[in-house]
Design a protein around this ligand. Structure first.
Ligand SMILES: Nc1ncnc2c1ncn2[C@@H]1O[C@H](COP(=O)(O)OP(=O)(O)O)[C@@H](O)[C@H]1O
Ligand SMILES: [Mg+2]
Length: 398
């Protein structure tokens, strides 16, 4: 099938018996690795520090030259083309975006298109388009320097730069390692949203198994010398780790990690009455009475959540403008159920507001939803009720 039929713009990458020996090191950093990365998928290389992830990744764009073996990208032998030309067709994103500190955001994003000789107007348009794509307003960001950005914003610019020349392949080396957990979650969501549109081939390196499960279409669990301990879908690895080392890496709580496989948008959300501040107090009281519910949500004109309001709070109120308790952390439709659980635990609440497009109210997620989802997974994985797989920490001694 052609690209336009499948929507896939990425190409297949094949590593065949690839080895890297650094001089003066007794053991190879990457030892005879063979791996096929399908076109248009996110493949995550996950493994402990020092196992050879970065070396493996950097051999794909030849920032590091393999000692032996072959690498084929889109059917072409990567080792036979000019390395500079090769790298222009491969986006590369690292921690903190790897931005040039002395160049503006616009100049950073324009690096590869500039090298490729695009004319100025086309480059400028592309820069704005890319900043938009990664959620940064071009007018306010294009002339800033990296030091004038937060870690998350730098990371977004790094992704914009990697995508600027529309390469079929994107290599990402622990790109979200340096940002706080909440920002990291948002950046992961953004990457998935972008990928749903772009369908590049993305090789993503991390040492965080949760990140691997969230992002990967497939995960390669690596041991020393990038040896492939298991290469499969996240669901398959969680359900059936290949050996004790993988099981150890999956870690305690494999059952809970199943929550990482499902997004909030894939479960049935709860609901509650919503009103805007300009509505009458009486209309909310009526809505609550009709549904026999003790609380509702005040939203703004764009339906973005503002405050929870309870019946006792309403009893005193004459207007909805000042009543209620601010909504804490909200959860996006694209969040995983695990992130939803973390948010609920962090806020010590049984309900959290879910928002969709442009932050508009989309429903509620509750602890009960998560618990019943987990029990469904367990039933599906162990029809006899005897789950033999590692990590089912709730199972007592037989
Ligand atoms: N330039 C280098 N020279 C010598 N040894 C290196 C070099 N780069 C990495 N190594 C070694 O190769 C191994 C793999 O490193 P690396 O690919 O960076 O692992 P990871 O990204 O998984 O942490 C490590 O033992 C590291 O010390
Ligand atoms: Mg590394």
């Amino acid at each position: 099938m052609t690209e336009s039929e499948t929507g896939v713009s990425g190409v297949e990458i094949v590593l065949d018996s690839v080895t890297k020996h650094y001089s003066a090191q007794p053991d190879p950093a990457v030892d005879n690795v063979s791996l096929t990365i399908p076109a248009g998928e996110i493949v995550v290389l996950v493994g402990p520090s020092g196992c050879g992830k970065t070396t493996t990744l950097r051999m794909i764009n030849r920032l590091i030259e393999p000692s032996s073996g072959t690498i084929t990208i889109g059917g072409q032998d990567a080792l036979s083309v000019n390395p500079d030309r090769l790298r222009r067709g491969i986006g590369y994103s690292i921690q903190q975006g790897g931005l040039f500190p002395h160049l503006t955001v616009a100049k950073n994003v324009a690096t590869v298109p500039g090298l490729m000789g695009w004319d100025r107007k086309r480059v400028a348009e592309r820069v704005d388009e890319m900043l938009d794509l990664v959620g940064l307003d071009p007018t306010s960001f294009r002339n800033r320097y990296p030091r004038q950005l937060s870690g998350g914003q730098q990371q977004r610019v790094g992704v914009a730069r990697a995508l600027a020349a529309d390469p079929p392949v994107l290599l990402m080396d622990e790109p979200f390692g340096a940002v706080d957990p909440i920002t990291r979650g948002l950046l992961q969501d953004e990457l998935l949203r972008l990928q749903a549109e772009l369908r590049k081939t993305i090789v993503f390196v991390t040492h965080d198994f949760n990140e691997a499960v969230k992002l990967g279409d497939r995960i390669a669990v690596l041991g020393k010398g990038s040896s492939i301990l298991q290469y499969d879908t996240p669901a398959a690895i969680l359900a059936d780790p290949a050996d004790d080392t993988v099981a150890g890496f999956v870690g305690a709580g494999a059952a809970l990690k199943q929550l990482t496989l499902t997004r909030v948008e894939d479960v049935t959300l709860g609901d509650c009455p919503t009103v805007t501040e300009s509505d009458r107090v009486g209309s909310l009281r009526t809505a609550l009475a009709e549904r026999d519910q003790a609380w509702g949500l005040i939203v703004d004109e764009q339906r973005r959540p503002l405050r929870w309001v309870t019946l006792p709070q309403l009893a005193q109120a004459t207007t909805l403008r000042e009543v209620g308790t601010p909504v804490g952390q909200v959860i996006s439709l694209r969040s995983t159920l695990q992130e939803a659980l973390e948010a609920l635990l962090a806020e010590s609440t049984a309900n959290a507001v879910v928002t969709g497009r442009r932050g508009a109210y989309a429903g509620l997620i509750t602890i009960d939803t998560l618990v019943s989802h987990l029990s469904q997974i367990r039933t599906a994985h162990s029809p006899t009720g005897a789950d033999a797989h590692a990590g089912d920490e709730a199972a007592g001694p037989a």
